[in-house]
Design a protein around this ligand. Structure first.
Ligand code: SAM
Length: 240
C-alpha cells in the first residue's frame, strides 16, 4: 500500500498529490523555508553543483512545483530549463515568480506527468528532481521515463528526504518530523493532511542504497549517493 495524503478518499495517489499541492501552493515556498529553517535552499544549490563540470545546455526539472530547482539550475548557464509538474496551482505560483524575476526566456513551466513525459527520447542533457520522486505514484515508471528522455551520457541529479541513522540526529529528527512539523504545517497551510503525509511518505520511501538499487534497475549507471545534513536529505546521481 502506498502512502497517500487523504486516507479517507478513493482517488489514487497521483490525483491526491496534485490536489494536495494545489491546496498548499500559495503557502508552499514560505513553509518550505520555515520548516527547513532555510536549509532546503542550500540543499538545492549543492545538488546543482554536481552538474557543474557537465555544463548541460537543455535541462528538464521534473516535479518543478513553484520552480525553485529550475531557477537554481540557471547557475549552470543552460540555454533552457523546462519544468514539468502535475499541479496547476504550483505551476501558477512558479510562473508568477519567473515573470517577476524576468526569467521567462530561460525557464518554461508546463503541465506534465513524470510517468508519461511528452518529450522524445534522448532529448535532455540533464534531468533533475528536488523533493519530487517520493510523490510519484509509480516510482520505477517515473524514473524509467526520466531515463528515456535523457541523452546517452547525460546525468540525473535527484534530491530527496532520507532517514538519519545515527544517534542523536535520528531521535531529534523523528521528534521534529512527528510532532513539530505536522502542527506548524497544518497551522500555516490550512491543509489537514499535507504535513502528516510528508513524514509518513519519507518513512515509507527507499533511501540510500535502496534508492540507488531502483535507479540501477531502470538502467542508470555510475550511481552515487551523497547524504546532506546528517542524512536528513540525500543527493542521488546516475548516468545514462
Ligand atoms: C515537494 S514539491 C517539490 C517542488 C520543487 N521541486 C521544489 O524543490 O520545491 C513536489 C512536487 O511534485 C509534483 N509531482 C508529484 N507527482 C508528480 C508527477 N507524477 N509528475 C510531475 N510532478 C509531480 C507535485 O505536484 C509537487 O509540485
Amino acid at each position: 500500500m502506498s502512502v497517500v495524503p487523504y486516507k479517507n478518499q478513493k482517488e489514487g495517489k497521483k490525483a491526491q498529490v496534485a490536489n494536495m499541492f494545489n491546496n498548499i501552493s500559495k503557502r508552499y515556498d514560505l513553509l518550505n523555508h520555515l520548516l527547513s529553517m532555510g536549509i532546503d535552499i542550500v540543499w538545492r544549490k549543492k545538488a546543482i553543483k554536481q552538474l557543474k563540470k557537465d555544463q548541460p545546455k537543455l535541462i528538464l526539472d521534473i516535479a518543478t512545483g513553484t520552480g525553485d530547482f529550475a531557477i537554481e539550475a540557471l547557475a549552470l548557464n543552460p540555454e533552457k530549463v523546462i519544468g514539468v509538474d502535475i499541479s496547476e496551482g504550483m505551476l501558477a505560483e512558479g510562473k508568477k515568480k519567473i515573470q517577476q524575476k524576468k526569467l521567462g526566456h530561460l525557464i518554461d513551466l508546463q503541465l506534465g506527468d513524470s510517468e508519461k513525459l511528452l518529450f522524445e527520447e534522448n532529448k535532455f542533457d540533464a534531468v533533475i528532481v528536488a523533493f519530487g520522486v517520493r510523490n510519484f505514484e509509480n516510482l520505477e515508471k517515473g524514473l524509467a521515463d526520466m531515463y528515456r528522455v535523457l541523452k546517452p551520457g547525460g546525468k540525473t541529479v535527484i534530491v530527496e528526504f532520507s532517514k538519519p541513522k545515527k544517534f542523536p540526529f535520528k531521535q531529534g529528527y523523528n521528534f521534529y518530523f512527528k510532532y513539530i512539523l505536522p502542527r506548524v504545517g497544518k497551522l500555516v497551510s490550512k491543509d489537514n493532511a499535507a504535513y502528516t503525509y510528508l513524514p509518513e511518505s519519507v518513512q515509507a520511501f527507499p533511501d540510500g542504497s535502496d534508492f540507488l538499487d531502483v535507479l540501477k534497475n531502470v538502467g542508470f549507471k555510475n550511481t552515487k549517493c551523497k547524504p546532506l545534513t546528517f542524512g536528513i536529505s540525500s543527493i542521488y546521481m546516475g548516468e545514462k
